[in-house]
Structure formats: structure tokens, C-alpha cells
Design a protein around this ligand. Structure first.
Ligand code: 0RA
Length: 651
């Protein structure tokens, strides 16, 4: 045991090697955790939680506690076997120390089971340790408590015993290093979305998320238990909560004894969107891959066979395409692969060929059985497919119209667009501005060299509820397509958006800072999320942040973006001397600012703050958009009340 050799931590050759590894993580954190933004910060938690999920998947634990502490440190505790603490023969120190300090040591000790989970980067807990100003690991094993602490990944002492316990498991507490990360404040919602997702993906495992920073009046700490007994069926129900289903039940398909574990759940709703989320080892595979290919193959062949056999297609004049089978479909496909090969631009596309047929087989067999046993659902699905085929033909005509009018084909740009003179898309920005009046101010205030303005009329179409051809016939939406210069792919390359002619690399949504403005912002975002997701994924979509207040005294004037800033300015100006009560102007709309003020506060790249729109968790986004844009009022109201930053001000 290493505690008999307290200096071991400092002198072994293994330790020198591990130091080099840890140094490298600190020098190039993005190589290990993606980036050092809030995304990377949250990634640290996922990395640690993944180890506990692995322990649970191996059958040794059932509960994981994740706690955001008051100081934004994180504690992750499980009731598994506990990380081994015995002397590691080769390294000459405790196995625990090796796991915590050696890059890439990860789960290598566990010879029996293969590591299926693991963050996208799968880098292991030692990276988290390297990027934490302080970390403490406690192992509850064999009736004892073993402890080691670290500073920026370096052990502060050799593993030591600290009392006895009847618990078993591992508890890790880490404080992310503020000199590495842009921000060190954790978002409860971001963590909750991921923990919920993990609970759905791994039924049976309980994940308790607690936020010690949030205590209500009664002194109760905010805490939620994520626990799913039905797995992906519950996940699909959660995502589709606000969309009426057209079939009786969620179709659940699972095989755990095949070549790879496969779980699929699906439902058809009354919308026109296709929402398929695929996962490999609990990682969302945005770009799909072989497992998704297997799913589509199984779905298409089975439904096609059924529809043909049933004679429901006899009178149909048009050919059914693969897409038609997926309109209104919400599905989740989850597989576990021992050695996943990730490909694609963002390394989120499964490459393993051996994943295709297990998925397609499970779907073929189980979906066929479902259709036989539920003839009414089968009929509803086939009816939906026929409608989709008919709508597709209508949409093609509308799409051709958009395409024909598009750039490069001589159709010209929208009349409302005030274009910039810069021709390099990388340097060009497009502002989508709510209303003609604010659009006019923005046109005056902008730098016309690189900033283009497209005013949008009031509320743009709610794409969540509209059919494809209606969307493409909509004037405002057509303007967005033509102004941006993007194309919708032809039938062959599916609906993928062609960005090769994208005319602006920054697209900025600029709306009023009031309830209407935030509604319009949501409508526009919904449109991008459903129809131009590639632009969000490419980091091209931003939201402008106009100030909420102008605080003035004499000839001194400053802007404030929130109440705290406003109050600080008031105090500062009052403190500055004279009697006169300070003047505060509340901006509700962009239109209340003149061109110069708009440039100064919101458009000038030197001074403005743009919020980049990202998709952290596509399934959670889907849930939120469908709820915000759907017909179901109570969940929408609850969400808005919990989240709206403007509601209070306007009330
Ligand atoms: C390898 C071997 C054993 C446990 C673990 C890893 C383990 C790691 C973590 C990380 C977080 N929680 C964990 N729980 C367990 C056990 C080997 C044995 O007991 O024989």
C-alpha cells in the first residue's frame, strides 16, 4: 500500500511520466475536452459521471449522486466497487493514483468488462484532475475510507486511510481551474438535460442531481432524481410530450443478446418533422452513421412490405420515397459498441459496419410484429406515409421556386435586403431584424461595408406547425433562403442544406428586448433549428443583445444590459456628486434607439456582445421547441415562467 511509502507520489519514474501527460492536458486542454468554454466546463462532469455509469452498466452500482457545490465545485458519488487502491505493480504507486494522474489510464484495470460509455473524447478522470485547481477522491472499500487529494493534477499526498465506513463506492470532488476555463459557473439546466438523457439511455440507473447554490425560502436545496424504468420509450414520450401522437403506443424494440446491444423506440406524431436521435455508448451521434442506416433500412423495408401487402397503396399514383416513411417520426436509436470508430466532421458519425444489420434486424422483426398486432396503428402510419408522399410532390414545386429565384441563377436578392459591399462571406454579417422600422434604423446605423440588413415582417411563420410547401411559399422564409444563398438539397442528397454558397458567415438575430421580441427570436430560432440546423452546428447563428437601459446624468450616459448594471450605474452617478436625481431610460424596442445608439451598443463589433447559438443537447432542444411552438398551453406557460428573463420586467 502506498501509505507505507508517503513519498512515493513524488519520486517514481511513472510519476514523472504522468506529470508530462498532465502538463500536456493543461497546455492543450481543447485537445482533450473539446474547448475551454462553458461546454468544456460541463464536459468535466460528464467525464466523471461516465465512469460511474460504466460501473453501473457492469452491474455493480445503481445510484449516482451529482452535486453542484456552493463554490461551483462538483461532487460525483456512486455506490460501486470503488476504484482499486492496491499497489499497482508496474507503476509502483496505488492504482487509484495511477487512475487519477496518468493520462489514458482510464478503465484499463477492468479486464473483464469493456468500457462502453465515455464522454465524446473519452479522456478519463485524470484529465479532469489536470484541469482542476483542487480535486479530492474518496474510495469506500473493504470497510475503509481511502483518500487522496490533488492540485492541478498533482497528488498532495500519497493515498491514505481516513477512518472506516460501511459504504462502498467512489466519491470525486473537483474544482475546475479558473485560470483554464473562460467561465467556471455551472448551469443546472445543462447538467439536468444530460443527466436526464443518461437516465433514459440507461434505464434502471438513478441519477440524483443537486444544486447546493439554489436554496429556496424553506431552506430546501434544489434537487431532482432522474430515473427511468422504461428507457427509450420514456425518452420518446418526453421529447414528444407536446405533439399529439397518431398511434396508440410507443413502439419499443430491444435486443441485448445479439452481437451488439440495440435499443430503439419510436412514435409517429401529427407534425411534418423527422426527429431521429441516435446514440453510441451514450454519446449523441449528430451525424448518424451505420446504426442509423440500419434503423432506416429496417423501417423502410418493413413499412413498405406492410403497405404493399395490405393493398393500401394500390390507388397511389406516385412513388413512395424513403423520406416519406419518416415524416412525423420521432425515434431514438441507441447501441453499445465495444470499439466505436467515429468519423465525420465533428467525429459524431458511427463508422463500424457491423452495426448496420443488428439494428435493421431488430427493427424489421419487432416492427413487423407490432404492425401485425396493432392494425389500426399500422393503418394510421401508412396513411401518414401516403400524405407525406403527396406533400413531397407539392413541396418540390415550391422548393424549385425558391431555388430558381436563388442567387447564382439570376433571380436576384430580396428587395428588402440592404446588402453589404464586402463579397467575402467570412467577413460578412447579416442582421435579421424584427420589423421594418428597426430595420430602417439598423440600415442607417450599420457599417455598410460588411453588415447587411434583412428586415423581417413581425411574426414569421411558425414552422413547427406548417407543412413543407407552406414553409417554402412563405415570403419571409423565402427571403432568408435567397439572402443567405443556401440551397435545400435535391431528392438524391436528401434534405441536407448546401452551404457552399453561404453569403454571410455571421447571421445575427436582432429583436426587441420584450416579450414579443423574444417570441419572434424563438420563431426564427425554431426555423433555423428545424430547417437550417447546419448553420447552427457550423457556429453561424448569433443573437444580438441590445441594452435594456440608458442611465444618464448631465452629459454622462451609459448603457446597462441588466438590473444589476443599471443599479450600479445609478449608484456610481449619484455618488459622483451633484443633487440632481439620475435619469434612467428603459429601452423596450430597438426602435427607441437612434441609428448611432444602435451601432454603439449592439452592432459595433468592438463593443457589442453577441450570443452564439449552439446545440448542446439536440433532444432537449427538440423538446423545448416543440413545447414552445406547439398547441399545449400549460407546459409552455410553466417553461416560460421558469425561464423568461423579460416576463418580470414587463408585468
Ligand atoms: C476498475 C476496477 C474496479 C472498479 C473501478 C474501475 C471503478 C472505477 C470508478 C470510477 C468511478 N466510479 C468507479 N467505480 C469503480 C474494481 C475492481 C475490483 O473491485 O475487483
Amino acid at each position: 500500500m502506498s501509505e507505507s511509502n508517503p513519498n512515493a507520489a513524488n519520486y517514481t519514474a511513472a510519476n514523472i511520466q504522468s506529470l508530462e501527460g498532465m502538463e500536456h492536458v493543461r497546455m492543450r486542454p481543447a485537445m482533450y475536452i473539446g474547448d475551454i468554454s462553458t461546454r468544456g466546463l460541463h464536459h468535466l462532469v460528464y467525464e466523471v459521471v461516465d465512469n460511474s455509469i460504466d460501473e453501473a452498466l457492469a452491474g455493480y452500482c445503481d445510484t449516482v449522486f451529482v452535486t453542484i457545490n456552493e463554490n461551483n465545485s462538483i461532487t460525483v458519488e456512486d455506490n460501486g466497487r470503488g476504484i482499486p487502491v492496491d499497489m499497482h505493480a508496474k507503476e509502483g504507486v496505488s492504482a487509484l493514483q495511477v487512475v487519477m494522474t496518468k493520462i489514458g489510464a482510464g478503465g484499463k484495470f477492468d479486464k473483464g468488462s469493456y468500457k462502453v460509455s465515455g464522454g465524446l473524447h473519452g479522456v478519463g478522470v485524470s484529465c479532469v484532475n489536470a484541469l482542476s485547481s483542487h480535486m479530492r477522491t474518496e474510495v469506500f472499500r473493504d470497510g475503509k475510507i481511502y483518500v487522496q487529494e490533488y492540485s492541478i493534477g498533482k497528488p498532495l499526498f500519497a493515498v491514505k486511510e481516513e477512518g472506516t465506513t460501511d459504504k462502498k463506492g467512489t466519491r470525486q470532488t473537483f474544482l475546475p481551474d479558473a485560470t483554464i476555463f473562460d467561465t467556471t459557473e455551472y448551469s443546472y439546466d445543462t447538467l439536468a438535460n444530460r443527466m436526464r438523457e443518461l437516465a433514459f439511455l440507461n434505464k434502471g440507473i438513478k441519477i440524483q442531481l443537486t444544486d447546493k447554490r439554489a436554496v429556496n425560502e424553506e431552506g430546501t436545496v434544489k434537487s431532482e432524481l432522474f430515473h427511468s424504468t422504461e428507457g427509450l420509450s420514456e425518452f420518446v414520450r418526453f421529447i414528444d410530450q407536446s405533439r399529439p401522437s397518431i398511434i396508440q403506443k410507443i413502439v419499443h424494440m430491444e435486443r441485448t443478446d445479439g452481437p451488439i446491444p440495440v435499443e430503439v423506440a419510436m412514435v409517429y406524431n401529427d407534425s411534418f418533422n423527422e426527429n431521429i436521435y441516435s446514440y453510441v455508448n451514450n454519446i449523441n451521434t449528430h451525424e448518424g452513421g451505420t446504426h442509423l442506416q440500419g434503423f432506416r433500412r429496417g423501417l423502410t423495408t418493413t413499412l413498405k412490405n406492410y403497405a404493399e401487402k395490405s393493398g393500401l397503396l394500390d390507388k397511389l399514383k406516385i412513388e413512395i420515397s424513403g423520406d416519406d416513411f419518416r415524416e412525423g417520426l420521432t425515434a431514438i436509436v441507441s447501441v453499445k459498441v465495444a470499439e466505436p470508430q467515429f468519423e465525420g466532421q465533428t467525429k459524431t458519425k458511427l463508422g463500424n459496419k457491423e452495426a448496420v444489420s443488428p439494428v435493421s434486424q431488430v427493427v424489421s422483426e419487432m416492427l413487423e410484429a407490432y404492425l401485425e398486432e396493432h392494425p389500426n396503428d399500422a393503418k394510421a402510419i401508412v396513411g401518414k406515409v401516403i400524405l407525406a408522399a403527396q406533400a413531397r410532390v407539392a413541396a418540390r414545386k415550391a422548393r424549385e421556386m425558391v431555388q430558381r429565384k436563388g442567387v447564382g441563377s439570376g433571380g436576384g436578392l430580396p428587395g428588402k435586403l440592404a446588402d453589404c459591399s464586402e463579397k467575402d462571406p467570412v467577413k460578412s454579417e447579416l442582421f435579421l431584424v424584427e420589423g421594418d422600422s428597426a430595420g430602417g434604423t439598423a440600415k442607417q446605423g450599420r457599417d455598410r461595408v460588411f453588415q447587411a440588413i434583412l428586415p423581417l415582417r413581425g411574426k414569421i411563420l411558425n414552422v413547427e406547425k406548417a407543412m413543407q410547401h407552406k414553409i417554402l411559399e412563405n415570403e419571409e422564409i423565402k427571403n432568408i433562403y435567397t439572402a443567405l444563398g443556401v440551397y435545400i438539397g435535391t431528392e438524391e442528397d436528401s434534405k441536407a442544406l448546401n452551404l457552399t454558397k453561404l453569403r454571410y458567415h455571421k447571421i445575427v438575430i436582432m429583436c426587441d428586448a420584450d416579450v414579443d421580441g423574444s417570441h419572434i427570436e424563438t420563431l426564427i430560432l425554431t426555423f433555423f433549428f428545424r430547417h437550417m440546423k447546419e448553420l447552427i452546428e457550423g457556429g453561424h447563428i448569433y443573437i444580438a443583445t441590445p441594452p435594456l437601459y440608458l442611465v444618464k446624468k448631465g452629459n454622462k450616459a451609459e448603457y446597462a444590459w441588466n438590473e444589476e448594471m443599471r443599479d450600479a450605474l445609478i449608484a456610481e452617478m449619484k455618488g459622483a456628486g451633484q443633487e440632481s436625481s439620475v435619469n434612467v431610460q428603459r429601452y423596450k424596442g430597438l426602435g427607441e434607439m437612434n441609428a448611432e445608439q444602435l451601432w454603439e451598443t449592439t452592432m459595433n463589433p468592438e463593443k457589442r456582445t453577441l450570443r452564439k447559438v449552439t446545440i448542446e443537447n439536440a433532444a432537449a432542444c427538440d423538446h423545448v421547441f416543440s413545447m414552445l411552438m406547439g398547441d399545449d398551453v400549460p407546459p409552455r406557460r410553466a417553461f416560460i415562467e421558469a425561464n423568461a428573463k423579460y416576463a418580470k420586467i414587463d408585468a
